[in-house]
Design a protein around this ligand. Structure first.
Ligand SMILES: NC(=O)c1ccc[n+]([C@@H]2O[C@H](COP(=O)([O-])OP(=O)(O)OC[C@H]3O[C@@H](n4cnc5c(N)ncnc54)[C@H](OP(=O)(O)O)[C@@H]3O)[C@@H](O)[C@H]2O)c1
Length: 285
């Protein structure tokens, strides 16, 4: 099982030190990949972190693998597609820790399929996790954050929240929707002290690619080396520390965003070429 391998180097920004001390942070999808690294990164900075995901055993393994952080990690199993689970997640956090300073909506699932071959029921299930999951968590946590007059909500989208790629249409739709909700919510919460931070990672090396819905012969890895999930975790912490509205992690993502705006046909061409190279590599496996 993936336990969050230690990244090659750990940058601790001076601005981060003490900023998260004793903050109460909830991370969904915290048993694996980006969520796991984010939970550990907050705990290492002194936060009290509630780890949520569907599988209690996997969450407990994360805690057991980090005895140095025991005091700072708590497990509350929750499926973000279930109203009752989400209500219990927020209520348990408030009952045990008294407040919620930061909610990281990270739980998500991928799908590799053309629009033509995507079963609508699977598309609906994906939207339940990637869009309605964060919506449920946000609606459940807002009353507490309003009462506090402060809070940060981090929504983990993707570069595919702003750029599309073939055979990722439904996944893109879920992440575009999440970004639209985040931008709207920021407007609606203006002046309340509650901040909305969208984080748009590019390809990250996690078990995401084993867990995704996929159809046909699709390899786990694209030919491109993904970034370490700890890098995304650090970007999330920096985004919170710097009160960012949106965090884009890679140079190629920034270039793609500019091209999308000023030369969408060129971007389509580049993404198509990249996709074809990936498909060729997949067909060899
Ligand atoms: N990996 C990438 O290249 C990449 C790039 C851009 C954005 N992202 C986004 O980053 C986020 C994290 O992805 P990852 O790469 O870290 O994936 P991952 O390693 O597969 O982790 C997904 C996590 O979500 C949990 N989860 C899945 N369904 C859930 C549900 N219904 N309720 C609660 N938890 C659930 C999983 O645990 P259980 O199965 O036990 O519930 C697991 O902890 C996702 O939103 C993804 O879209 C990933």
């Amino acid at each position: 099982m993936y336990h969050g391998a230690t990244p090659p180097r750990r940058e601790i920004d001076l601005e981060m030190s003490a900023r998260f001390q004793d903050k109460v942070v909830i991370v969904t999808g915290a048993s694996s990949g980006i969520g796991l690294e984010t939970a550990l990164a907050f705990a290492r900075e002194g936060a009290r972190v509630v780890l949520a995901a569907r599988t209690q055993a996997k969450l407990q393994e994360v805690v057991d693998a980090h005895p140095d952080l025991h005091e700072r990690l708590r497990v509350v199993p929750a499926d973000v597609t279930k109203d009752e689970d989400v209500r219990r997640l927020i209520a348990t956090t408030i009952a045990q820790l008294g407040r919620v300073d930061i909610l990281v909506n990270n739980a998500g699932i991928g799908m590799r399929a053309s629009i033509a071959e995507t079963p609508p029921d699977d598309a609906r299930s994906l939207m339940e996790v990637n869009f309605f999951g964060p919506l449920r968590c946000i609606q459940a946590v807002l009353p507490q954050m309003r009462q506090q007059g402060a809070g940060q909500i981090v929504n983990v989208g993707s570069i595919l929240s702003v750029v599309v790629a073939a055979r990722n249409g439904v996944y893109c739709a879920s992440k575009f929707a999440l970004l639209a909700m985040s931008d709207t919510l920021r407007m609606e919460l203006h002046g309340t002290g509650i901040e909305i931070i969208s984080v748009l990672p590019a390809y990250t090396d996690t078990p995401f690619f084993d867990n995704m819905y996929r159809y046909g012969n699709v390899a786990r890895m694209s030919p491109f080396q993904g970034q370490h999930p700890a890098k995304v975790a650090r970007a999330i912490l920096r985004g919170c520390a710097r009160h960012k509205r949106q965090v884009v992690l890679t140079l190629s993502s920034r270039i793609a965003i500019v091209l999308r705006r000023f030369s969408p046909s060129l971007l389509d061409f580049i993404v198509r070429q990249t996709g074809q190279r990936a498909a060729k590599a997949e067909s060899k496996t």
